[in-house]
Design a protein around this ligand. Sequence first.
Ligand code: NAD
Length: 315
Amino acid sequence: MTTHLGIHGSVERIFPPSLLRSRLVDGDDAPDADADLTVSVVDDDFDGIDALVTFGYDPAVLDSDVEWIHVVRAGYDEFPVETLRDDGISLTNSTGLHGASVGETTVGYFLQFARGLHRYRSDQREKEWNPPAWDETFTLEGETVCVVGLGTLGRGIARRADALGMSVVGVRRTPTPVDHVETRYGPADLHEAVEDARFVVLAVPLTDDTEGMFGAVELDAMREDAYLVNVARGPVADQSALVSALRDDAIAGAALDVFEEEPLPEESPLWAFENVVVTPHASAARSDYPDRIAELVGENVRRFERGESLANQVV
Ligand code: NAD
């Protein structure tokens, strides 16, 4: 069987599609000799393509022979899962790859706020020497973080926070223990979970259940000296409620990697807060990402050709 794999141009949003093509054709993770694979970079012409690696969703796949779509991100909220299921198209995602990158970025946010690093960087630009007031800094050791969602991201964050001497509580749907997490709460007890935490991190997928799950009431349940971190998806937090909470000093600040609209529009008030760190959906970035994707896609090409179930299968 010959598999014709297409790499969609939208992958360019993360890395050059041609790089993934070369990894899949000649790299260490190239599917072995029994896989008869042709790989091309495609835009909107899916003629003859059996499997598609993509960043974004293109409805033209529904009128094509594509049998399997791999999305190069963990989140697949843009993909019409039920329609794909009805059309017999398999969907796989890239969860499992972002624990270290997002985990490290998240403790980076914690350290910026605790040690005041974000302020010194702004002062440097102005050539200003502004030592902190005696009560403006704190250490992470002994502080509590509440991680909402304990999948790949949440576990990566919990492990690193624990290593820094922080106490970790978590919110998850099932009560099973998770390494590095001292106390677990169900989603119904979200308020209780966040009320003692110095940091609250959102690390859940965007679904009907999680859209807007962190709004005015949840922000109000947080301590006034606490920080919100969103590395999940923008709509998981209510952005206008967050702006109000920041304006009213109801929380101490926020680190945001994801937004209701991306890129964050120029007129957004979020740009201007000194106590808000804005990053451009960058928390998972790493230069070896194409190799990680090649490994995952290479394994799934082998399974696809053998008719086996795929790794990271959503439908
Ligand atoms: P994952 O599937 O490994 O984990 C998600 C976890 O959230 C699962 O344990 C699931 O049970 C849990 N969950 C779902 N609904 C919940 C709810 N209502 N309450 C509590 N827990 C709930 O996925 P992941 O790799 O950890 O990624 C999570 C999400 O983060 C992705 O779907 C994506 O949207 C986002 N993400 C963002 C970036 C970035 O660059 N900022 C990178 C990777 C992932």
